[in-house]
Design a protein around this ligand. Structure first.
Ligand code: KIV
Ligand code: ZN
Length: 522
């Protein structure tokens, strides 16, 4: 092992939710949403936030600029092609950052070099060095990624890595771009880099694994065992195609199996659940119930034997304490008799320190839910907070919806919405079902041209009185807008979600937010 490697007992967490994660088909976020996620990543304690790919669109550049200005503790990285314009755009976006990093990537596999870039090895090596050197004229912190590294010729890779270190790269990120490698193979590759790159002691090795074969986390952990000290990952594992290594899984594996890995991270794991929910909310990507760490079932015990064991001793069937990932361990149950003080205290515990009018409004909504549900869980409260945040930002808001439906009647709906001017507008429509009728009635009021592309509903908790969480995607002029809504009544939740999506569409049209536009991904 090199000296550099021996000294480090910490793995840096490089979060790329806002870049690779947002690159996933249909995961587009607005600038405000990206900034909100960046603040949560800051609270989570990640070391580096990759905020975007500035050359890809003006909106992307603006998002990185805002994050760089507002989020001061972590390093803010911007992705760049290995060319002058892209490096300059990355720097333009990072000028205001407290700790800027330019991250340059260029393919090094034969497949990519010859079929995609139509360039030979020497040209690629020259381009990589030139781009790194240019980035170094702007910032002292430069990362280089040989794209498709796991399908590259290792001997060529070593030579190229040596050259980019000489040109000033301090972090060498080894991407498994297409999710092709396996833990054993990746371990060997990382060891090979330590053993064969002459000047490796001057750089930190990072890894960036995709999940096409479901091995992104396992591969990342194998790399850590081999000496990598930065892992690139995303919240909920979102990302291009099958996604990236999931941050919460990597972090909790390192924490729970410290006996195997012997290295920790600086992540405040109690913020994981909140980060997961926020990203799911803003991208519209639901988290699968059985998802490790943050799935709804991750800490639920269904079978009798397991429940019996849990009642006797938690560790019989739990390898992690749910409190460590941000699920409350409090025994205080909120319900319709709970007072404002208890409600406020629980919100603070969940990371929502509300006061004044906002607290009063939230308490009012909590009481409405508590009237319908016997117990209001933390998950219900998080849904309530998300719903309130949407309502505050919305131009149109749902005042009421009434539906008539059944076996022998044509479904119809009457909706009343408050418009941007605060005035109420009412409309009625019929449809193939109650949701369809409600959406048609909403269309009549809002008057924008949009097509419903996806509709999903899931319950936040179990039971007949559970809060329903609806996610819709609507498409208008080739762009997709996600909307969410939650309520104990699924028709109300559905109407809220649709209005939320239309509000986003309207906001985008109004401000012409270029971040919603087509981007040129890496
Ligand atoms: O998967 C990949 O290779 C990437 C690079 C840009 C690091 O995302
Ligand atoms: Zn990637």
């Amino acid at each position: 092992m090199s000296t550099h490697e021996k000294q480090e007992d910490k793995v840096l967490i490089f979060d790329t939710t806002l870049r690779d994660g947002e690159q996933a088909a249909g995961a587009t976020m607005t600038i405000d949403q990206k900034v909100e996620v960046a603040h949560q990543l800051d609270r989570l304690g990640v070391d580096i936030i990759e905020a975007g790919f500035p050359i890809s669109s003006p909106g992307e550049l603006a998002a990185v600029q805002r994050i760089a200005k507002e989020v001061r503790r972590p390093i803010i990285a911007a992705l760049s092609h290995a060319n002058k314009n892209a490096v300059d755009a990355a720097w333009e976006s990072l000028k205001g950052a407290a700790r800027p990093r330019i991250h340059i990537f260029l393919s090094t596999s034969e497949i990519h070099m010859y079929h995609q870039l139509h360039k030979d090895r020497e040209t690629i090596l020259g381009m990589a060095c030139e781009a790194v050197a240019r980035a170094r004229t702007y910032v002292s912190d430069v990362e280089f990624s040989p794209m498709d590294a796991t399908r590259s010729d290792p001997e060529y890779l070593y030579r190229l890595l040596e050259a980019v270190i000489d040109s000033g790269a301090g972090t060498l990120n080894i991407p498994d771009t297409v999710g092709y490698t396996s833990p054993e193979e990746f371990y060997k590759l990382i060891r090979g880099i330590f053993d064969n790159v002459r000047n490796i002691s001057k750089a930190r090795i990072s890894v960036h694994c995709h999940n096409d074969l479901g091995m992104a986390v396992a591969n990342s952990l194998a790399a850590v065992r081999a000496g990598a000290r930065q892992v690139e990952c995303t919240i909920n594992g979102i990302g291009e195609r099958a996604g990236n290594a999931s941050l919460e899984e990597v972090v909790m594996a390192l924490k729970t199996r410290a006996d195997t890995y012997g290295v920790g991270t600086a992540v405040d794991t109690t913020q994981l659940t909140r980060a997961s929910r926020l990203v799911s909310e803003h991208t519209g990507f639901a988290v699968q119930p059985n998802k490790a760490i943050v799935g709804k079932n991750a800490f639920r015990h269904a079978s009798g034997i397991h429940q019996d064991g849990m009642l006797k001793e938690r560790t019989t069937y739990e390898i992690m304490d749910p409190i460590t990932v941000g699920l409350s361990g409090s025994s205080l149950v909120l319900g319709k008799l709970s007072g404002r003080h208890a409600f406020q205290r629980r919100l603070v515990e969940l990371g929502y320190p509300l006061e004044g009018d906002v607290l009063a409004k939230a308490f009012e909504r909590f009481k409405e839910v508590a009237e319908k549900k016997k117990e209001v869980s933390d998950l219900d409260l998080l849904a309530l907070m998300a719903d309130q945040r949407r309502a505050v930002a919305d131009a149109y808001s749902l005042e009421s919806v009434h539906v008539v439906c059944g076996t022998d009647t044509t479904p119809s709906a009457t909706v009343r919405l408050a418009g941007p001017d605060g005035k109420s507008r009412e409309s009625r429509a019929t449809g193939t079902g109650p949701v369809d009728a409600a959406y048609k009635a909403i269309d009549k009021v809002v008057g924008v041209d949009a097509t419903l592309d996806e509709f999903t509903i899931q319950s936040i908790t179990e039971g007949i009185d559970a809060i329903g969480d609806v996610m819709v995607r609507v498409v208008s002029e080739g762009m997709t807008y996600v909307g969410r809504g939650s309520a104990t009544d699924i028709i109300v939740a559905s109407a809220k979600a649709y209005v939320n999506a239309l509000n986003r569409l309207i906001a985008n049209k109004d401000t012409q937010q270029a971040s919603q536009g087509a981007k040129v991904g890496p």
